[in-house]
Design a protein around this ligand. Structure first.
Ligand code: ATP
Ligand code: MG
Length: 292
């Protein structure tokens, strides 16, 4: 593989799959541009000292452990199941999914204790084993790399533990989901075996600052509204503004415009109070980036 040793930070991301687009989107939001040629393994950024390596997600933890890539973006479920010597630098808030136990209707799983003595088919044996150990349950694990959901029908397992999103696959195979074993999301990892050079560390710090400001922005909204001057104090008390709100005069002297940054999910909690205090023209818009 032609990975150059030019001192740039090397980031491994999934070549083709559920995390690919969102990983590239995150870089874009960080102001890092790359050409995404799917047939190329290594693609340099032209405005940040970064090279992107496109790999199978299963290979990312080990490549990061060995320093082939300095950092990687991969599902936390893959990180834990590969058991490589890597550490999570940052949770990225996308690629969320749950690893769940599921069983045929005639195998009742109402609590963890019902799993005792069962045979479980899964692609994530380490995660399932950790879970069983934590809960002091003995069960047999069978590792299957794909189409885990057919294992009970084939008679090779009593139940399965797999990633569930819509539940359609489970339904088609007459399986009922029960216990959630692991909640996963995409994470940024680095090797816990190898230190980065001081220069690469600086690049990583810079990248992390950008990622964190993108995440803060994604979790915030910009709120704008007109309010009667007379209720300004009460309105300010209702808004959980990150900084103090901006107050702007309006042509109508009885009104002022109030602008504030609030948590994404907060408007619905305060909208009734705002309306009853006389707020009008309430606008909420996304924030692309926010540097503290
Ligand atoms: P590769 O070819 O790179 O090995 P893959 O088939 O193993 O790809 P994908 O199905 O693309 O992997 O999933 C990548 C990651 O996306 C998963 O490991 C998981 O962390 C996350 N993910 C989020 N939602 C889902 C979902 N509904 N089903 C499966 N994975 C999901
Ligand atoms: Mg894979």
């Amino acid at each position: 593989m032609s990975v150059s040793n030019n001192g740039n930070l090397k980031l491994a991301i999934q070549k083709k799959g559920r995390l690919t687009e969102k990983s590239i989107d995150l870089l874009k939001l960080c102001g890092i541009e790359i050409d995404h040629y799917s047939e190329r393994l290594v693609v340099p950024s032209y405005n940040f000292p970064l090279e992107v390596l496109f790999l199978r997600d299963d290979d990312i933890p080990e490549y990061v452990q060995d320093g082939v890539a300095d950092i990687g973006i991969v599902g936390e479920n893959v990180v834990v199941s590969k058991n490589a010597k890597t550490e999570i630098i940052e949770k990225l808030g996308f690629g969320k999914c749950s690893l769940m136990m599921a069983a045929p209707e005639n195998v009742a799983i109402n609590s963890i204790k019902d799993i005792e003595g069962k045979t479980i088919a899964t692609s994530f044996p380490n995660i399932v084993q950790n879970y069983l150990n934590e809960n002091k349950i003995n069960a047999k694990i069978i590792e299957i790399s794909g189409s885990v959901e057919i294992a009970p029908a084939l008679g090779v397992a009593d139940m399965i533990c797999d990633i569930v999103s819509t539940g359609n696959t489970l339904m088609m195979n007459k399986l009922k989901k029960s216990i959630s074993v692991f909640e996963s999301q995409a994470v940024l990892i680095r090797s816990s075996n190898k230190d980065l050079s001081p220069v690469k560390n600086e690049y990583l710090e810079k990248l992390l600052r950008r990622i964190r400001s993108v995440q803060t922005a994604q979790n915030s909204r910009y709120l704008m509204m007109n309010v009667p001057k007379s209720s300004l104090l009460e309105i300010e008390r209702v808004i959980p503004s990150i900084k103090s709100p901006t107050i702007l005069p309006l042509a109508d002297e009885n009104l002022v415009a109030v602008h504030a940054v609030i948590p994404s999910d907060y408007l619905w909690k305060i909208v009734d109070s705002l309306k009853s205090l006389g707020a009008t023209g309430i606008l909420l818009s996304p924030i692309e980036n926010m540097i503290p």
